[in-house]
Design a protein. Structure first.
Length: 103
């Protein structure tokens, strides 16, 4: 992993979320060019800003760095729902996932 990975991943997840660089910068409380400067290689976020970016994008830091995940936002959302399920419902979800992944 390097700085280019971080920049590209932020851009990829931002686009998947359907948010412009300007909007994301504004939503995070920065100048309109903040995310653009990251995307263009002029800056990198601090660690605390990186955590805010992950939260904004709907991913955990682990999911952010897991390049094998095509849609980490959906994985994170599914995980949030799964945490609220009863053991029986969670087991049913696991069985459904097994069946769907076998296709």
């Amino acid at each position: 992993m390097n700085a280019d990975y971080i920049r590209n991943r932020i851009s990829q997840l931002r686009i998947k979320k359907g948010v412009s660089e300007y909007r994301m910068s504004s939503d995070l409380g920065h100048s309109k060019s903040y995310i653009q400067s990251i995307s263009r290689g002029k800056a990198l976020p601090s660690f605390s800003e990186f955590l805010y970016i992950c939260e904004y994008l709907g991913v955990t830091p682990a999911e952010f760095f897991d390049s094998s995940l095509e849609d980490p936002q959906a994985i994170c959302e599914l995980n949030q729902y799964a945490r609220k399920l009863s053991p029986e419902d969670l087991n049913a979800l696991v069985k459904m996932a097994e069946r769907l992944s076998a296709k």
